[in-house]
Write a protein that binds this ligand. Sequence first.
Ligand code: 9YT
Length: 132
Amino acid sequence: MIVRTLEEARNSERRVVAPNGNWESVRLSLKDDGMGFSFHITTIHAGTETHIWYQNHLETVYCISGEGEIHTLADGKTYPIRPGTVYMLDKHDEHYLRANRGVDMVMACAFNPPLSGKEVHDENGVYPVDNN
Ligand code: 9YT
């Protein structure tokens, strides 16, 4: 069995900070855990907008705290996000993720296939697929 805490993961290489400062993420579980998905606690900082397009991954995201919205580009729809909301990027949906001003949004995220931990968003908000 594998057991770890958010606190110890936060104080390790598992914590990644976006180059533009919009978000940070603690990768609680990665590919090498062998679970078939990776599991992250991501903080989207208040008042930010981030362009994301995971062309190589499916992602499920659950809002733990904070409020914001997600805007999908293909259909022009905007959905509010608040604690208890889950969204699933089942079509590799290109989107803007926005956190309202005043309070950070904290999200639990699962990726399929799992991230290896080395990924950084490229300029299109894409993570390359990990073939290792
Ligand atoms: C909310 C969201 O899309 N989180 C993705 C995970 C985060 N960007 C990471 O761990 O790299």
